[in-house]
Design a protein around this ligand. Sequence first.
Ligand code: CR1
Length: 810
Amino acid sequence: MAKINKNKFKQSFETKMYSLYAQSINDATDEQLLNVLCSVIKDIISKKWVDNKLDSQKEVYYFSIEFLLGRQLKSNLLNLGIENVVRESLKELNIDLDNLINAESDPALGNGGLGRLAACFLDSMASLNISGHGYGIRYKHGLFEQKFINGYQVEVPDNWLTQGGYVWETVRPNKAIVVKFEGNVNLIDKNGRLEVNHTDYLPIMAMPYDIPIIGYGNNSINTLRLFKSEVLSRDFGPLTVNARNSYGSYEDALKYKYYAEEISQVLYPNDSNYAGRLLRLKQEYFFVSAGIQDIIRKYKKKKLDIKKLNEKVAIHINDTHPTLCIPELMRILLDEEGLSWDEAWDITINTISYTNHTIMTEAMERWPKEMVKRLLPRIYMIIEEINKRYVNELEERKYDHEKIYRMSIIDNNDIKMANLSIVGSHSVNGVAKLHTELLKKEVLKDFYEHEPEKFNNKTNGIAHRRWLISANSELSDLITGLISEDWKTDTNKLKELEIYRNNKDVLEKIGEIKYSNKERLAKFIKEKYDIDVNPNSIFDVQVKRLHAYKRQLLNALHILHLYHELLENPNFDMEPRTFIFGAKAAPGYYLAKCIIKFINSLADKINNDPRIDNKIKVVFIENYGVSIAELIIPAADVSEQISTTTKEASGTGNMKFMMNGAITLATLDGANIEIFDQVGKDNIVIFGLSANEVLNYNKFGGYSALDLYNSNRNIKRVVDDLINGFIPNMEKEGREIYDSLITYNDEYFVLRDIENYIEAQEKIDKLYKNKDKWNEMALINIANSGVFSSDRTIAEYAHDIWFKGCEGNE
Ligand code: CR1
């Protein structure tokens, strides 16, 4: 842990204030104070922050097009172990640390689970003393800010880079890298050796911005390097035009500037959906090429043997967005290092590993051949050669034509990125047991049969430091008081809590902490939306991206059902409930936006209906993201994880809720199954179709939503409400949802599962009536959440993939 003393700290703080802003502390704004504080902390860690240990150990490089970091100040103070000293010192300067913590902007450089997972992994790599670094893009605009206007989602640009910068970053112009787009490639035979001549390309500068990633209590500091795209020279002008070997006009120079800067302007706002746009392809190659070149530059600086690259370097690709790592590494090994194809291929495969995050076909990336050929001519040649050799190998195995076509990397039109990732890496993993089984048996069956040894599972995990120690400090302190501090570095120790399962005092304390977290959230809801919610009601929460497969609609239809029950019978026995939603929809995803409007209209009607005596409240929290999640999750009683079975690869929100003592209400999908295995059937509520039932319906048909609608009163009642004006102001949207259910036969089995879901909700209601029992369930959930720490996940990646066969490196 870092050691600082109060006086020295205060002195550094004041000096920094003068050197940065030439003013005294009293005149500073919170943003300025935050800047000064972060700058002082950066000074404290600077000596430890050396970015290259390649000569002493193997380094891991984690490539991801998204990193959803969340605020860094609080977690950095926690990991450095200096929160208390800093808090007290600032207090002596009349500064409230919490104000500064809240003044930090949320770097929303990700959509959802995939980006947040990458951030948890960085935290765990540093905390486990693994020298592991991230490569990504420094988007000028993060994920859009969501506002509700008349219940509709409206997207506003997210300007997270206040005053042009981010408090934690350090720009390193001396490490900038040139990435080449377009142009012509000629292969010249020089005495039997091919020389590659790439001319007329467009050079784009990748400017590195480094963010320190601080390990927990271990002095280990890694780097997240995000690249910003720029013109070749910072004073763009003749030089840039020269670079393309032609003398153009001032207009050309401006076009070039636009072309360059556009690459890192925006994050694509799609989750589990393929963004097939030229700009996205540019983004992918941009950060991949810069990252790979950076790795090779560092490696060569150490004068290490390029043929042994895979002994010192592990490159991990987070889904297929960074798949071009494979041909890019090949390009450098072949064209710049002069290795033979076989040598280069061997090194590439042994260096690269790949995680798949979804089985949804619409999320499987494909790039049109012609687009890749024009944008990345040399890369295209290399992919063609990889494909040719792979198809030969498959033909030698005498596979039938259809199978070979399915497995090929290039088909008649497109390059299939998942296929390229599998072929070009030594490890392919899914993110939960069921998901990996589905990959092996269904989606990637051909590849699994061909090379079973490549496939493995790595169930996701979350950083318990952010999601429990920091977000729920009261609970964290209670745990420490009961079982000592050791669980903070070894979450398996949480299991020791089980001995308190019948201890009334402990159970009561757990209930009290939950209550105070609920009060905190209720206060926020009152201030922000002027809605009164009762902390004694069940806080039933579904927060995640809005997607038909995640079935927020099922949740909403159940609320509508309950509402009818109450209207029909005012004495209907139910615990008061507060249903809380948080979800962004991709701007172009119309059905998802209709569902948001539906929930908001429903909320309006229910929250303002005196007949139901406040028994139900519905709150849709705007602009869901990491910081708001830190407020919501510790306050949840019920965790809604209700995706159509087989569709949610893992989920990670489910783990955060469990660790904070919420009871999971779930389908047996993704990691919910593993939560079930940990806590046992009495401490979770399960409903819905099984994976096999869903697969069989999908393969053989046999489900008619219309028949169900016609034969079931409860279902008919809520579905009709979508279009009969019962809920005002949502005519068009209600019709769209109605059609998705009835006209298009309910692709995600919402109606098929609803009766079962209603019963599961009744069970929740009954369980909640017995407070001791409920708190005991909460305790069992917390006690068995240890396995879902990303420290466990990362230890598995390290052991099974990155350091396999290495000794003493973990
Ligand atoms: C999955 O939908 C999983 C995260 C992280 C998402 C979710 O179930 O928890 O990845 N997939 O593994 C995704 O974003 C592009 O695919």
